[in-house]
Design a protein around this ligand. Structure first.
Ligand code: KIV
Length: 270
């Protein structure tokens, strides 16, 4: 079983692997393959719930899917992503919402899209026994403020501020830090400045680990970001399988004898 402590103490020469999953069968494969961390990301909004951003994702959706992922996972660390406005508005409510992920969905930790507003919350959650993965750089829950999904930390002021926030979250007790869509040389410097591991997505190769969205990896989405890599074409394979089923039903090939059952006693009911 991978624990938050294992991740925090992971040696720099042993890269951390992390993938999102939103359902039990996918999580089971991710876990069997030996991925260290399964993130039940609010990217489910775009990836599987048909929204065009992460903003509509609800606490209940993340809680329910985290439960499914946790039930299918034996070894990997399960991290539940706190959805938009489920944290940061009111401390007591934030603690209660994050706590539900551990108490009701069996998550091992939560991830917060981070900023100045999450430093004290990270401290409080950690004190209470709710481990926090911080997340800086591109934070898609701020899309209406940033005006899009652009690379972050691209000038010296923004880069310094990000480094400062990374340090503040480490001091507050975060056990790891996701860096999304930031220049590789900034991610490298933040990684060097921290004791806790950094996990990059679109942040170059000098972080301690990497994370990708599973539907991008498997080729299930029509679109994926340029920093992602597609390792399969499941969309194509699904279309082939579903097309074959449709053809066989239409031409009477399915169901065949081996898919049917005949009971002699019910021969004469008509
Ligand atoms: O929601 C998500 O999948 C994420 C990862 C991209 C880090 O936050």
């Amino acid at each position: 079983m991978v624990t938050t402590r294992d991740i925090r103490e992971r040696a720099a020469d042993e890269p951390i692997t992390m993938l999102t999953a939103y359902d039990a069968p996918t999580a089971a494969v991710v876990d069997d393959v030996g991925i260290d961390i399964v993130l039940v990301g609010d990217s489910m909004g775009n990836a599987v719930l048909g929204h065009d951003s992460t903003l509509p994702v609800t606490l209940e959706e993340v809680r329910s899917r985290t439960g499914a992922v946790a039930r299918a996972t034996d070894d990997a660390l399960v991290v539940a992503d706190m959805p938009f406005l489920s944290f940061g508005v009111d401390e007591a409510e934030s603690v209660e919402n994050a706590g539900r992920m551990l108490k009701e969905a069996d998550a091992d930790a939560v991830k917060l899209e981070s900023g100045a507003h999450t430093v004290e919350l990270t401290r409080r959650l950690t004190e209470l026994g709710i481990p926090v993965m911080a997340h800086l750089g591109l934070t898609p829950q701020h899309v209406n403020e940033t005006g899009g999904y652009q690379r972050q930390g691209t000038d010296a002021d923004a880069a310094e501020r990000m480094l400062e926030l990374a340090r503040e979250h480490e001091d507050a007790g975060a056990f790891s830090l996701v860096l999304e869509h930031v220049p590789a040389n900034l991610a490298e410097q933040i990684t060097e400045a921290l004791e806790i591991p950094t996990i990059g997505i679109g942040a170059g190769s000098d972080t301690h680990g990497q994370v990708l969205v599973i539907t991008d990896v498997l080729g299930l989405d029509e679109w994926s970001p340029p920093f992602s890599k597609q390792y399969a074409d499941l969309r194509g394979e699904m279309a082939e399988a579903i097309g074959a089923y449709k053809r066989e039903v239409e031409n009477g090939e399915f169901p065949a004898e081996e898919h049917s059952h005949v009971e002699d006693d019910v021969d004469d009911v008509y």
